[in-house]
Write a protein that binds this ligand. Structure first.
Ligand SMILES: [Zn+2]
Length: 76
């Protein structure tokens, strides 16, 4: 089962999964889930890096492998 980036007109292979929780106004970026989730969006590296949270929302990057940015220690 080949999965593709959720962005229109992008057929790149996804590496991250984006999910939302509306009642908490949180956007999560995770390593690609093993199985496609109808409530989540699979994104390729290019589009995954461009994700921004809507105004008033909190973006939480839960990926294990960060190339740059904040240390992962907080996640425990
Ligand atoms: Zn893409």
């Amino acid at each position: 089962m080949a999965r593709k980036c959720s962005r229109t007109a992008c057929s790149a292979r996804p590496t991250v999964t984006l999910s939302f929780q509306y009642n908490r106004a949180v956007v999560w970026i995770d390593d690609l889930l093993d199985e496609a989730d109808p409530h989540s969006y699979d994104l390729c590296p290019k589009h995954g890096e461009r994700v921004t949270a809507p105004t008033g929302w909190h973006l939480e990057d839960r990926r294990r492998r960060h190339s740059h940015g904040f240390p992962d220690r907080i996640a425990g």
